[in-house]
Design a protein around this ligand. Structure first.
Ligand SMILES: C[S@@+](CC[C@H](N)C(=O)[O-])C[C@H]1O[C@@H](n2cnc3c(N)ncnc32)[C@H](O)[C@@H]1O
Length: 248
């Protein structure tokens, strides 16, 4: 069964007694006000949607674990020590973030998820936003990419071409251009610093962009070391949205 596409904005404020974290095929990724919701409920909802989409997360994570010692993953943060429901942003929160971005600038199109894991943000884009965002995901672990590609093709009937394999910190890796970058604590402290510095160098010629920072690490580094990013346009317990303008 495929889920119908949901268009438009529906502010379904949470009422936990009504069990709104059940998967509703008519509204598979509802818009909740994040101030009111429980993170645990978002994770449970994401687990159900992962299952509905057909992800084999457990089997894929075992493959990542088995390759952990390989040269590609050495000295890298692959997050295999914690649950995929923790190292990924929930579908509900991703929708909320994307709606916030459109409120800041309704013309936003290009968005890059730096350290994308199973590229949930693209599934939100296809299910909720009718693919209005032009997304690129970059992910280190090829096992997660292959699984996202398999599930996307099976579910939507089209190839997932915009999730690319690479090490964001590699000397020759050029971060894809985008109007918005999304970073959820993808890597080690020094890898996150490297990528933020790369973003500034790559965008030094008269460019502006937004940065969604989710997680304590990236937000701490931004606040303490990167004054080029001006005060968050939006901020809550989970994420902030910063702006950068090279000509400012
Ligand atoms: C915390 S998860 C976030 C996933 C996704 N952005 C989300 O919010 O749901 C970070 C992902 O970044 C990947 N990663 C870690 N270091 C990386 C690097 N140097 N280059 C590319 N991806 C990396 C990890 O394998 C992991 O899948």
């Amino acid at each position: 069964m495929s889920l119908p596409k949901v268009r438009g904005k529906q502010d379904l404020r949470i009422n936990l007694r009504m069990n709104l974290f059940e998967l509703d095929p008519n509204n598979p990724i509802p818009l909740y006000s994040l101030d009111n919701i429980l993170r645990q409920g978002c994770k449970e909802h994401s687990l159900k949607l992962d299952q509905h989409l057909g992800f084999d997360i457990q089997g894929t994570e075992q493959k990542v674990q088995a390759n952990k010692a390989s040269a590609d993953y050495q000295h890298k943060e692959t997050w295999t020590h914690i649950s995929p429901q923790v190292f990924q942003t929930s579908y509900v929160e991703l929708r909320f973030i994307m709606e916030q971005l459109l409120e800041i600038n309704p013309h936003i199109r290009t968005l890059a998820d730096l350290g994308a894991a199973y590229f949930r943000i693209q599934f939100v884009n296809s299910i909720v936003f009718n693919d209005r965002f032009d997304l690129t995901g970059v992910e280190l672990c090829k096992e997660r990419i292959l699984e996202a590609q398999r599930v996307y093709k099976k579910y939507f009937g089209t190839e997932l071409k915009n999730l690319i394999q690479g090490d964001l910190c590699g000397d020759n890796f050029v971060i894809p251009r985008a109007e918005v970058y999304f970073i959820y604590d993808f890597g080690t402290h020094s890898d996150v610093e490297t990528v933020l510095a790369k973003l500034l160098v790559q965008n030094s010629a008269n460019n502006s962009f937004l940065l969604v920072g989710r997680g304590a690490r990236v937000r701490d580094i931004l606040q303490k070391q990167f004054s080029d990013f001006v005060n968050p346009l939006s901020q809550n317990n989970n994420f902030g949205i910063w702006s950068y303008n090279s000509s400012a």
